[in-house]
Design a protein around this ligand. Structure first.
Ligand code: PBG
Length: 331
């Protein structure tokens, strides 16, 4: 036989051939689109560090939801920007809070759209931490109190389910949050409501633009006592294992791009759907480079998201979702 024996290029000769042997395909069903809802009327203000992403008031939310449905996106992830913050994050679990109001409205307009509620306190607390803070007596240092936070997170999740959320997505990284929320939901009669756990959430600089968008930057300290160290992969397994044992229905890795090894590991080690969160700075960096003409936005986004699926993500939360489904349709 003459050299070379293997001619890998045979299957790359034409677009038709390449598409026949393509291993990973992005679809509209993979996409989850995050939305920021705010109080007031006629508000559609672009988040400066996230071009193309807006704060929307309730009156302008309906047309946005109609557009999302028409595009074939199946799920949205709702974030609230409240007008009131306090130490206990009370607006997070207020039956008439911004997120609860938005959930009710969206389910009214689009009953088939899957509504996912982010369950955290950081947008609702004046200190910007994801839980309740207390002063440690010995050191005088303010610490986030795990078990007290759980009580409030359970109230938040139950109020979101009462408003009509289909999926609860706790992003707070308190220990035992899946168990506590599962028990709270079941007790309140919401045993059918799924939990998409932010199982492996790193203390990441890639959340910067989101914190501008959600006004949720911590006012002191950082989130390193509850979010994971970017250096750790084995610890990710421990986090995911406890979430599985506590009753999580889906496991999320966040951020996505710098943590594709973790996506792959979770896919291999567990049998639950894996969700990758393509976070704010991943989006902003692409937007900034594209605005400068340094990259082809469409190609870079599609390549990035297909990599997330190739690594094992079943679903991708991304601010690019609307563009992606348009591109998938050939627009
Ligand atoms: C709330 C939360 C954050 C994100 C999602 N939920 C911010 C954080 O933990 O500081 C980040 C999303 C993004 O960057 O796109 N805890």
């Amino acid at each position: 036989m003459s050299y070379p024996i293997a001619r890998h290029r045979r299957l790359r000769r034409s677009g038709g051939l390449r598409s026949m042997v393509r291993e990973t395909v992005l679809t509209a069903e993979d996409m989850i689109y995050p939305i920021f809802v705010t109080h007031g009327t006629s508000i559609r203000s672009e988040i400066p560090s996230m071009p193309g992403v807006y704060h929307l008031s309730m009156d302008l939310l309906e047309s946005e939801i109609r557009e999302i449905e028409a595009l074939g996106i199946k799920a949205v992830l709702l974030f609230g920007v409240p007008d009131h913050k306090d130490a206990q994050g009370t607006s997070a679990y207020d039956a008439n809070g911004i997120v609860q109001e938005a959930i009710r409205a969206v389910k009214g307009w689009a009953p088939q759209l899957v509504v996912i509620a982010d369950t955290c306190l950081c947008q609702f607390t004046e200190h910007g931490h994801c839980g309740v803070v207390h002063q440690d007596e010995a050191s005088g240092i303010a610490v986030v109190d795990n078990d007290k936070s759980l009580e409030l997170l359970v109230r938040t999740a139950v109020s979101q389910a009462e408003a009509g959320a289909d999926i609860i997505a706790p992003s707070n990284m308190m220990d035992g949050f899946v168990h506590a929320i599962r028990a709270g939901l079941d007790q309140a009669g919401f045993s059918d409501i799924a939990i998409m756990s932010y199982s492996v959430k790193y203390a990441s600089a890639f959340y910067g633009p989101f914190r501008d968008a959600a006004h949720s930057a911590p006012q002191f300290g950082d989130r390193k006592t509850y979010q994971m160290d970017p250096a750790n992969a084995r610890e990710a397994l421990r986090e995911a294992e406890s979430d599985v044992a506590e009753g999580a229905d889906m496991l999320m890795v966040k951020p996505a791009l710098a943590y594709l090894d973790i996506v792959k590991t979770l896919k291999e080690q567990f049998d639950l759907p894996v969700v990758a969160y393509n976070v704010s700075a991943e989006y902003s960096m692409v937007k900034a480079a594209a605005a400068n003409g340094w990259i082809n936005e469409r190609s870079v986004v599609m390549e990035t998201l297909v990599s997330m699926k190739r690594a094992g993500a079943d679903l991708i939360i991304t601010y690019h979702a609307k563009d992606v489904v348009k591109w998938l349709r050939g627009e």
